[in-house]
Design a protein around this ligand. Structure first.
Ligand code: HEM
Length: 505
């Protein structure tokens, strides 16, 4: 089971320091036998060859050779912490999810924050969205909310996700990051511009993981026992206050301390400064959702808080660092499809694709039994007919039946469970129904530009110009056209800076 919350001594020495002294006993091989020497291999004579019979040597090197597993294809660099979620307002009229059914109820949880595009050793301060992945160990099994620090996303169909990500990763020829790819893509996929605006504002470089919000981004369903359904957006608002880095600070830190955010989170928790976030819902009835002024399943758009204000739900607190990074953080496997009765996916095309993508990648990255790893296993018993496969961690079901139905006492189905998909409606012609780009797609980026104060606007414009200047002129012109569609002032101010270095643009 995930470890329970442990109160830290705020006066203890920072535990990024190694504990000196103590007695950890005799060194052993992986089979538990005592090791005579960890310094010198067995050789045939002083200058003779090394012998295969040295199990300790072979096992040590062979294990070392296999230390790396595939890093996450996205969100490879991250940091995590344990904590709890506590319900603070009654929302039992919205969902039958048991972990949300009572004010004061606490559920243990684990969070992992990450950057998206960089490799596992890349800088924490890179201009990038931040992942905000949460695992709740509930009494009905695990519920994951795999969120970001931005309320929208770059594309609105799963089919576009790999293309988008390729523009953020490395050029297939040079293995370098290539601004051409990025600005080429964004200028041809203007639905991305809302998120691009957020990315190039100072929210694209948050000051560590504690000073940012988390958003489900997608619309989700909340369902009650009787089938009543509401649509909701989840907002985790930081209680530490929003703090962002300006581009120059982020770049400097990227060189001097690439692990800035990882260190900040770890040390804050060690000091007893437990970061917390308050969870709010924006709540819509089915009718309100379907009649809203834009498609609430389009993840490139927000739902206005004026139209649908935030309702408090609870609070999450992170109060314990992992004991072992690889076991707890690297092996953590989140998925929007890890859910509980009462919380279901909406028809958002991105979310639907994600339901498949995450468990698929976990089976590749961690193996078919990834759910048996301690960090991923629920606090409730797992009883099913799954057996065998690479790396079984537990008793593999012991002698219990591996088929169903059986006359051996189950485990049996519970027909009264309300499934999240039950009674959902779907109708219409099967086709590739396109979300056509319209002027509406430029409204929210425009509103965002005008929401920024003077300094923030200037930073946004400078950040744009600095990066776009690295792309070829044709891509500069193409993205400027899209900026003009958002707002004349935005377009002309970025253009003015670009023309300083390239008057012929
Ligand atoms: C990680 C796919 C959109 C948030 C990942 C991973 C994949 C993936 C394959 C790696 C998982 C792993 O190896 O553990 C996709 C696809 C998307 C999509 C196909 C669109 C169709 C989004 C969106 C959000 C998001 C819209 C946020 C609202 C995250 C987070 C992680 C992640 C937070 C890191 C999880 C962790 O900390 O382990 N995504 N993603 N993704 N994704 Fe997405």
């Amino acid at each position: 089971p995930p470890p329970q919350n442990v109160k830290q001594d705020p006066h203890a020495a920072s535990s990024t320091q190694l504990p000196i002294g103590g007695d950890l006993g005799v060194l052993t091989t992986g089979t538990g036998g005592p090791v005579k020497s960890n310094q010198t291999s067995i050789t045939a004579g002083y200058n003779g060859p090394v012998l295969l019979e040295d199990f300790h040597l072979i096992d040590k090197i062979a294990h070392f050779d296999r230390e790396r597993i595939p890093e996450r294809v996205v969100h490879a660099k991250g940091a995590g912490a344990h904590g709890y979620f506590e319900v603070t307002k009654d929302i039992s009229h919205l969902t039958c999810a048991k972990f949300l059914n009572k004010v004061g109820k606490r559920t243990p949880m684990f969070a992992r924050f990450s950057t998206v595009g960089g490799e596992s050793g890349s800088a924490d301060t890179a201009r990038d969205p931040r992942g905000f992945a949460l695992k709740f160990y509930t009494e009905e099994g695990n519920f994951d909310m795999v969120a970001n620090n931005t309320p929208v996303f770059f594309v609105r169909d799963t089919l576009k996700f790999p293309d988008f990500i390729h523009t953020q990763k490395r050029d297939p020829r040079t293995h370098l990051k290539n601004p051409d790819m990025m600005w080429d893509f964004f200028s041809q996929v203007p639905e991305s511009l809302h998120q691009v605006m957020i990315l190039f504002s100072n929210r694209g470089t948050p000051d560590g993981f504690r000073h940012m919000h988390g958003f489900s981004s997608h619309t989700y369903k909340l369902i009650k026992e009787d089938g009543t359904m509401h649509y909701v957006k989840w907002h985790f608002r930081t209680n530490q206050g929003i703090k962002n880095l300006r581009a120059s600070e982020a770049e400097k830190l990227g060189g001097s301390n690439p692990d800035y955010a990882t260190q900040d989170l770890f040390e804050a928790i060690e000091r007893g400064e437990y970061p917390s976030w308050t969870l709010y819902f924006q709540i819509l009835t089915e009718e309100q959702a379907l009649n809203y002024k834009h498609n609430v399943f389009d993840v490139t758009k927000v739902i206005s808080k004026k139209d649908f204000p935030l309702h408090e739900v609870g609070r999450m607190v992170l109060n314990r660092n992992p004991e072992n990074y690889f076991a707890e953080v690297e092996q953590a496997a989140f998925s929007p499809s890890h859910s509980v009765p009462g919380i279901g996916p909406s028809a958002d095309r991105m979310l639907q694709g994600r339901l498949f993508s995450y468990p698929d990648t976990h089976r590749h990255r961690l193996g078919t039994n990834y759910l048996q790893l301690p960090i991923n296993s629920p606090i409730v018993p797992v009883r099913n007919q799954q057996r065998d496969g690479a790396m079984v961690y537990g008793d593999n079901g012991g002698r219990r039946p591996n088929y169903e139905p059986n006359s051996l006492g189950g485990p049996y189905e519970k027909r009264s469970v309300r499934e999240n998909s039950e009674n959902s409606r779907a109708e219409g012609v099967i086709a590739r129904h396109t979300y056509e780009l319209t002027d509406k797609d430029f409204e929210q980026p425009r509103a965002l530009f005008h929401l920024l104060d003077k300094d923030e606007q200037q930073d946004l414009i400078d950040n744009f110009a600095q990066n776009i200047a690295l792309a070829q002129p044709v891509f500069q012109r193409n993205i400027l056209k899209q900026f003009y569609r958002i707002d004349k002032e935005l377009g002309s101010r970025v253009e003015q800076i670009l023309r300083k270095t390239n008057p012929k643009l």
